[in-house]
Write a protein that binds this ligand. Structure first.
Ligand code: FAD
Length: 390
């Protein structure tokens, strides 16, 4: 058994780390100042400029195939890099990415949707959640009915990330009620905003916010079907599956940075004539955080490794998402406690993380849905205790 990184993995991870330290972290104080003015940490133009700078360092399209100009990195390397991204609270991510399911597009659609998304010229959003169907995604009602060579789309999607900025939406709609959502009765459509849908911003406790998408008899040509008719739900689950190891990888970086701050604080803040880190109460918070962080690291890397092996990653990804999301919430809470009153102010990033990471337990499958998947797999004998070592 070998828990070390290869030289190549280490070199790529270290280059990403040095880019973030040199080019992104210096913006942190400005991000905190903007937060006080209720402005986004980075606007879209600034994000793009940073992404183009990263492109010059060779960082472009972590998951994008080489034929589209990307790096086509292994899932393990993508995970390691997302952890580096998480170490800064500047809302940065590397560019050159597109939704994984856009690769199911036809050649025509690739030119119109996939390539401009990778290049950052168009913004996409993915919409499956509805006011009446979140965890129970199989209960969607958003409908598409055929009309000649077109389809007419009606309904509402909600909580859609990028929904207010997107130029086009990937929307999962019911196309055959009889077959049902799991029986091939749904289809994914690529729908330009100019075809007639509108969005309404939803204010949340985090920076920015998702949006509701409202479709009132929006006419969409058949050539805008993504994948096959009847494949919508399957594509939706593939889209969600990707995030299940990326979200905890990001969480891990946040937890690492926050814990580092707590250690510094514990060594320098004095009460009753000695550093607070000399108290067992503080030491235990640090010890528990490091232990949970390390446990999350290996669950996440195991999930990413499973993806790279071409095996079904759902069970290991659900464990990584469940544990990683909970871990970062517990760590940030302890780090705030160790900082006392200062931790609660907007002069430090801790309260910002505290609000941000709460989402990790909700979106792309709540804690409860991850538990449902993990236990269902075991109860029906699809997986066994001990995984691939069993
Ligand atoms: C900021 C943000 C961004 C998002 N981005 C997107 C996006 O880009 N695209 C998209 O399609 N969706 C997106 N979502 C939607 C997100 O995936 C859903 O909010 C999530 O799946 C939960 O669904 P819900 O909100 O309807 O909660 P519900 O499904 O109503 O669940 C409410 C509570 O009940 C629990 N629960 C439900 N069923 C069970 C059960 N059987 N057993 C035990 N507990 C259960 C849930 O875990 C949860 O705690 C986003 C949400 C947010 C907040």
């Amino acid at each position: 058994m070998d828990f070390s990184l290869s030289d190549e993995e280490r070199a790529i991870r270290d280059t990403a780390r040095s880019f973030i330290r040199k080019e992104v972290e210096p913006l942190e104080q400005e991000v905190l100042r903007r937060q006080l003015r209720h402005e986004p940490g980075l606007d879209l133009a600034e994000l793009r400029e940073l992404q183009l700078k990263a492109r010059k360092f060779g960082f472009w399209g972590l998951s994008t195939p080489e034929e589209y100009g990307g790096m086509n990195l292994s899932a393990v390397l993508q995970s390691l890099i997302w952890t580096e991204v998480g170490r800064t609270f500047v809302p940065f991510r590397f560019g050159g990415e597109a939704d994984n399911i856009l690769y199911f597009a036809t050649d025509e659609q690739k030119k119109e949707f996939l390539v401009p998304t990778i290049e950052g010229d168009r913004i996409s959003c993915f919409a499956i959640t509805e006011p009446g169907a979140g965890s129970d995604a199989a209960n969607i009602k958003f409908a598409a009915r055929p009309d000649g060579d077109d389809w007419i789309l009606s309904g509402e999607k909600t909580f859609i990330t990028n929904g207010n900025d997107a130029d086009f939406a990937i929307v999962v709609a019911v196309t055959d009620k009889e077959k049902g959502v799991r029986g091939g009765g749904t289809t994914a459509f690529l729908v330009d905003r100019s075809m007639g849908w509108r969005s309404e911003f939803i204010s949340t406790m985090g920076e920015g916010g998702p949006a509701s998408l409202i479709f009132e008899d929006v006419r969409v040509p058949s050539r805008n079907i993504l994948g096959e008719i009847g494949q919508g739900f399957e594509l939706g689950m593939r889209w969600i599956g990707k995030g299940r190891y990326i979200i905890p990888s990001h969480a891990l970086g946040i937890a690492e940075r926050a814990l580092q701050m707590a250690i510094q604080q514990a060594n320098t803040r004095e009460t009753f004539g000695r550093p607070i880190g000399t108290n067992q109460a503080i030491q235990w918070m640090i010890a528990d955080s490091e232990t949970e962080l390390e446990a999350a690291r290996w669950l996440i890397l195991r999930a990413a490794w499973t993806v790279d092996q071409g095996e079904d990653p759902r069970h290991s990804s659900s464990m990584a998402k469940l544990y990683g999301a909970g871990m970062v919430n517990r760590v940030v809470d302890r780090v705030m406690q160790i900082h006392g009153g200062m931790g609660y102010t907007k002069e430090l990033p801790i309260e910002r993380w505290y609000r941000q990471v709460r989402l990790f337990r909700i979106f792309e499958g709540t804690d409860e849905m991850q538990r449902l998947i993990i236990s269902r797999d075991l109860l029906r004998g699809y997986t066994q205790i001990g995984g691939n070592l069993a």
